[in-house]
Write a protein of this length. Structure first.
Lengths: 238, 283
């Protein structure tokens, strides 16, 4: 494990909206093949970190390096081309487009035949194949989440960012989502998850970070964090 | 029957001109008050080309092209820079009102404020179930039908069409997916204003060409957009037909001067009863 290279490294990242900084020097890294969770209370800057990594928010300090490319302040379409995908929290699909069209939009930057990618997504989410021509807006919450994740996987990314992948889902659907995340990871995609549902998320993670108001608070192996008394007390309500 | 035919004709024009208003409203999140004046601009370009000796069919194409060029120019020098500066929605609306006034006054400056007509032979209408329908009216309905069909193919079959719909659904997700958002916005203008221009030239076939013809069309267009659900092109088409029909049919019981008020009433009723539009626009 120690020999693996960092696929993503974030160093001392400072960013925020308008005059206010949300992140005050966050540092995280993800090794190739890992699942890493970021947990923390509301307002700790988890989603902000995701947006800054993906180029939706301009960093004011620090650096982001993805596969040896400095992507600090690089726009999302360039980040996509380098092999990173992002499933935002809520509104993760195009409601008036069909399932098939949603997936096609995920492969927008490709001009060649995308049927190989479609087959790969259908293998992960067979339910999407049968309903290909139904508008995504008419699907159930769980199916919409599959569409969102499927869209992000269309380009076979090396790194997948997932913002609250289990939020708002029924328990059985949550199980399905975490199962699929492990499956995607086993096929070779590194994954960064931001989750409220910290127990489940850390349970499938190699490592985790705990954020508190924009700074790193704890860092450790997934299961170790689950046993850390301070983490339990502060963020897991244990 | 006569009123139904008149309603269908004006309804088709409202429908195809309003699609662009609806798409831009949803995608860029502002109401383009200059949209109607682009409609008038197209009619005047066609008039100019036609009275300079060009056949009306070629004048039609020239007008569409000129309107698209003007629209792309405005996107490059006004709308895109304003979005980069994070201009508020109110700012954009006020700019569009200013642009509307400038455009209209340029038309008045060049061609004067009086009504004009294309240089085409006046042909007799023919009887149709007790009503008179003119060849121009038939032309308008057929052309509108062809344009709507072409639009449908574009939006549902082509990559650029699908990405236009994706942008109007969720522009942030489009950006995240790696879609070149600025390029697709440009295409949205091209198609929206192309249709508005086509509608403007057709409008000139069935009404007198005046500088304020587009401005007065803006209210019914807006009613059609609301009725069909903002950002839903198919809803807008249906909304346009409904507004056109209700405007004309109202003249059976109300004085003609009130027909524009009818679209206001229909729009207000829809907003009160079903704010997302009767065809459930994309939320």
């Amino acid at each position: 494990m120690g020999a693996k290279v960092n696929i993503l490294e974030v160093r001392d990242l400072v960013t925020g909206y308008t005059d206010l900084n949300i992140l005050h020097g966050i540092s995280i890294h993800i090794k190739s093949g890992e699942i890493v969770s970021i947990i923390g209370p509301n307002g700790s800057g988890k989603s902000t970190l995701m947006k800054a990594i993906f180029g939706l928010l301009r960093p004011r300090g620090g650096a982001i390096v993805f596969k040896d490319h400095d992507i600090t302040g690089v726009k999302p379409d360039a980040v996509v081309r380098l092999g990173m995908s992002y499933v935002p929290q809520e509104k993760e699909f195009f409601p008036s487009l069909t399932i098939l069209e949603n997936l096609e939009m995920g492969a927008f930057i490709r001009d060649d035949d995308i049927s190989d990618s479609l087959e790969r997504i259908y293998a992960i989410f067979p339910a999407l194949k049968e309903k290909g021509h139904i508008r995504a807006g008419a699907l159930s919450g769980g199916e919409q989440r599959m569409v969102g994740i499927g869209r992000a996987l269309m380009l076979s990314p090396d790194l997948l960012l997932l913002d609250e992948p289990s939020a708002g889902l029924a328990p059985v659907m949550r199980d399905m989502v975490f199962e699929k995340i492990t499956e995607v990871n086993r096929a070779g995609t590194s994954i960064l998850i931001v989750e409220q549902n910290a127990r489940r998320s850390l349970g499938i993670s190699d490592r985790g970070y705990v954020l508190e108001t924009g700074v790193n608070r704890f860092e450790g192996r997934g299961l170790e964090l689950l046993e850390n008394e301070d983490v339990l007390r502060l963020y897991l309500g244990g | 029957m006569q009123l139904v035919i008149n309603g269908l004709v004006i309804g088709s024009i409202i429908a195809i001109t309003a699609i662009g208003l609806s798409m831009i409203y949803k995608t860029l999140n502002f109401v383009n008050f200059a949209h109607g004046d682009f409609v008038a601009f197209a009619a005047y370009i066609a008039l100019f080309a036609n009275t300079s000796g060009m056949h009306l069919a070629s004048a039609f194409l020239v007008a569409i092209l000129a309107t698209i060029v003007l629209g792309v120019f405005m996107e490059k020098v006004v709308w895109h820079p304003m979005r980069r500066k994070n201009a508020s929605r109110t700012t954009l609306i006020i700019i569009s009102i200013g642009l509307a006034l400038v455009l209209r006054n340029i038309l008045i400056f060049i061609w004067g404020g009086s009504t004009r007509n294309y240089n085409i032979p006046v042909r007799r209408g023919f009887e149709f179930f007790g009503a008179t329908i003119t060849p121009n009216q038939v032309l308008v309905i057929i052309a509108a039908f062809i344009l709507v069909f072409a639009l449908h193919c574009l939006l549902s079959r082509t990559k650029i069409g699908k990405s236009i719909r994706a942008l109007s659904d969720n522009i942030d997700l489009a950006r995240i997916s790696g879609i070149d958002v600025d390029r697709v916005i440009l295409w949205t203008w091209v198609i929206g204003l192309g249709l508005a221009a086509a509608g403007g030239v057709l409008y000139g076939l069935v009404t007198a060409i005046r500088p304020d013809m587009g401005w007065y069309l803006l209210l019914p267009m807006f009613a059609a957009v609301i009725l069909g659900g903002i950002g839903n092109p198919y809803g807008t088409i249906a909304g346009g037909i409904i507004i056109g029909l209700s405007q004309e049919l109202s003249t059976a019981v109300l004085p003609t001067e009130y027909k524009f008020a009818v679209s206001f009433v229909v729009m207000t009723l829809v907003l009160l009863l079903k704010p997302e539009g009767i065809f459930g626009g994309a939320k």
